[in-house]
Design a protein around this ligand. Structure first.
Ligand code: ATP
Ligand code: MG
Length: 758
């Protein structure tokens, strides 16, 4: 072994150093959170290069995210100066798989310039296949097939490898058939999906030994972070690559396995010693990240899991605060409280980028975004869209904007055919052309088209129906609350049905987001107020200055660390999630508990857990039970606070003294679920009833928007029409002309579409 201890290894403790210096043979580093696994792996990479054990291009290093890969590359460059010649194969499984496959694409029938399709394309393709093969898509949704194909690919299974049970999982035993149809179609398109990146390479390794040998020779060293979350295909791929030299070093923590829902198998790390006999097993026990209190809380919690290897963690860091558990009245108070705490930390000099809010589900970010906008706190959402940027939210907002402001053409263009109702690109082009000519907003101008022949009859009927719906919603908007209006729109427009038909986890999330939007709207008296608020939120997106608080999911936070971590929503049904509870199995509950362990151990100095006594779900107040995970925290590591100690009187005091613009909301809150408070009556009497932006009912004249009838065209005139050609005017009524076209016959058209024929 090397006698010298270079700078990058000097900062490491003894077992870490062993992991760095044991360069030959298999190494398993199995250790708890914050013990410096990733740090040791990075040092090992630097060491291998610095000691010239291998060229960078001869090392394969797999990280969990692209960001982690970037950080590792930077750190290695810092350690060993710019001696990094050539590029290490450093990145995620996907990025490395894609790079390899480019070189060997022809072996699986692709060209090297193949495209990688995304989920949307994948679904479109599957839908086509389902239709072409006369399968009922309602019964056998494309989403379901997509999920199965992902699962098969994650397990390294090709169509021919499916057993009877897997095959039976789709369309009464046609799983393999459709899987194969899909793979064939991808090949025709010179495309592959994410799952193929590794599966294709695995297939190539299995069938072309020369290629496998080439890589086995090339990769003198293999390093893998977060090994506990590898799935079967990744495992098989790595095992083949490592088989000849066996210089593979994997690091992980069985307690942090949180991706089994994506096919990850914690068993992979547990059988490493069997796969690679004689592996050096290195355990790290000193935690360098968290205070003793945080560490004890996390360790105590994970102890409740039965299926674990079990390990000791200790720290020399000075004692800090206990983990705080704060009970609040409801969601808005939770966001308010976190906002206050962050402002306090900021005042004490804490940098904002050392503060994170980790949520269980995406929809939970909304309440915090709203609050932070209000108090002017910079934040960023990592690993997901900001709430108001998500597609379904933008669609819903477009509907609302159209109701509020019929001249909002951008909004109308966004949703005129969403959900699909047969108003395609052509119809839109006709509407646009007419709107331009009469210089009126799109929707108003489209009314003109209702009884003309510019659009085919079906599109015309649909358009009339849609405009009628908008008139109805506009009318309702003065009678119901903004959030009731949203629910009405989401249901009546067919949007909800579209998502329900999807039957995928993703569309379930979208529905969740829409109910969260309805919840957000309950804080507003009028649609106008709400839309103004949203504009302000969106405006914040443009700012990209300075430090920001991070909001992200617990899953995305794996491997990261922050001085201060806030964990909101620790309630049964939120965390652990309702899905985990419904499944009811021990396994899913234990995975949620591991997620809690990951979440707490992200904190270096302070960890604050919150739970609310009430959540609004579909406009109804429901009381929530604190998460079982709170009970499982060793009580001596925890400080409990509650703002509800005095019962109703205390929270009442809280909200009446509240000076924020939502004060009226709090005041009317207790009777919200039963009857409307005074605020609502005020909204009703002074609402936007008075706003003079109403569209006339469909069928009636659009005179307020439309141009005047033309005076340069009279009955008997010969005219030219873009679509129908030449004809003679036989009747004129307002701006509508009846024309006897020479080729197309008699049509009713709008006069702005024709010009005199001479
Ligand atoms: P996780 O399981 O969350 O991925 P990890 O085991 O990968 O954690 P690291 O992120 O590598 O842990 O290290 C945690 C923190 O401890 C980092 O801030 C790192 O810089 C620091 N650290 C690691 N090793 C040492 C050491 N020997 N001395 C001092 N600090 C260290
Ligand atoms: Mg790590």
């Amino acid at each position: 072994q090397d006698q010298r201890i270079p700078a990058y290894a000097a900062v490491l403790n003894e077992p870490q150093r062993e992991a760095v210096l044991t360069t030959e043979g298999p190494v398993l580093m199995l250790a708890g959170a914050g013990t410096g696994k990733t740090a040791a792996l990075t040092a090992r990479l630097a060491h291998l290069i610095a000691m010239r054990r291998a060229w960078p291009s001869e090392i394969l290093c797999v990280t969990f995210t692209n960001k982690a890969a970037r950080e590792m590359r930077e750190r290695v460059a810092r350690h060993i100066g710019d001696a990094v010649e050539g590029m290490p194969w450093l990145g995620t499984f996907h990025s490395i798989g894609a790079r390899m496959l480019r070189r060997h694409a022809e072996l699986v029938g692709l060209q090297s310039n193949y495209t990688i399709i995304d989920t949307d394309d994948q679904l479109r393709l599957l839908k086509q296949l389902i239709q072409q093969n006369d399968l009922d898509e309602k019964r056998w949704p494309a989403r379901q097939l997509a999920g199965l194909i992902d699962r098969w690919k994650n397990r390294g299974l090709n169509p021919g490898d499916l057993d009877a049970i897997e095959n039976e999982a789709y369309a009464n035993g046609r799983g393999a058939q459709f899987y194969k149809l899909y793979q064939d179609r991808l090949k025709e398109l010179n495309a592959c999906d994410f799952g193929d990146l590794l599966l294709h390479m695995l297939n190539i390794f299995r069938t072309h030994h020369d290629v496998l040998e080439q890589y086995q020779q090339r990769f003198k060293y293999i390093l893998v972070d977060e090994y506990q979350d590898t799935n079967q295909v990744q495992y098989l791929w790595l095992r083949l690559l490592a088989q000849s030299r066996k210089n593979i070093c994997v690091v992980g923590d069985d307690d942090q396995s949180i991706y089994s829902w994506r096919g990850a198998e914690v068993a992979n790390i547990l059988r490493f010693e069997k796969d690679f006999p004689g592996a050096a097993v290195i355990k790290l026990e000193q935690n360098y990240r968290s205070t003793p209190q945080i560490l004890a809380a996390a360790s105590g919690l994970i102890n409740a899991n039965s299926e674990r290897l079990g390990k000791t963690l200790w720290t020399e860091l000075p004692a800090g605060e206990k983990v705080r558990v704060i009970g609040v009245w409801d969601g808005p108070e939770e966001a308010r409280r976190v906002g206050e705490e962050i402002e306090r930390l900021e005042a004490e000099g804490a940098p904002l980028d050392q503060i994170a809010i980790l949520v269980r589900a995406q929809y939970q970010t909304r309440e915090f975004e709203d609050r932070f906008i209000q108090i002017g706190l910079n934040y960023r959402i990592v690993g997901g869209f900001r709430f108001y940027e998500r597609a379904e939210i933008r669609d819903a907002l477009a509907y609302l904007r159209m109701i509020e402001q019929p001249a909002d053409d951008l909004a109308f263009e966004r949703i005129h055919n969403q959900p699909k109702r047969g108003l395609g690109a052509k119809a839109l082009e006709t509407m646009r052309r007419h709107a331009r000519r009469i210089q009126a907003p799109l929707a108003a101008a489209s009314l003109d088209l209702a009884d003309s022949d510019e659009l085919p009859p079906r599109a015309r009927n649909t358009l009339v129906g849609l405009l009628g719906q908008f008139a109805h919603w506009r009318d309702q908007s003065t009678k119901v609350t903004p959030s009731e209006l949203l629910r009405m729109v989401v249901t009546e427009s067919g949007y909800e049905e579209m998502l329900q038909k999807d039957r995928s986890a993703e569309s379930a999330g979208r529905l969740e987001n829409l109910s969260e939007l309805a919840r957000a709207m309950e804080d507003y008296e009028s649609l106008t107020d709400f839309l103004e608020h949203v504009s302000l939120v969106m405006d914040n997106d443009a700012r990209d200055d300075g430090e920001k608080v991070t909001i992200m999911t617990m899953h995305a936070a794996k491997g990261l660390e922050f001085d201060h971590v806030f964990l909101p929503g620790w309630e049964e049904g939120v965390f652990p999630s309702q899905r985990a509870l419904d499944e009811g199995g021990l396994a899913s509950l234990e995975e949620e508990r591991r997620l809690a362990y990951v979440a707490i151990t992200r904190a270096k100095r302070r960890c604050t857990i919150l739970h609310a006594a009430n959540r609004r779900i579909y406009g109804q107040w429901t009381s929530s039970i604190p998460s079982r995970f709170i009970e499982e925290l060793p009580q001596d590591t925890v400080n409990r606070e509650t703002t509800m100690a005095g019962g109703a009187s205390l929270w009442r005091a809280n909200w009446t003294e509240n000076e924020d613009p939502f004060a009226h909301v709090s005041t009317s809150r207790p009777d919200r679920s039963t009857a409307r408070g005074p605020g609502w009556q005020r909204a009703l009497s002074t609402g936007y009833d008075a706003t003079p932006k109403r569209l006339p009912e469909p069928g009636k004249s659009a005179a307020s928007f439309a141009a005047k009838p033309r005076t340069d065209i009279a009955i008997g005139a010969r005219v030219f029409h873009d679509k129908f050609g030449y004809g003679t005017v036989t009747d004129q009524e307002g701006n509508k002309l009846t024309i006897d076209f020479e080729k197309a016959g008699e049509k009713r058209v709008i006069d702005s579409f024709v010009k005199p024929a001479d």
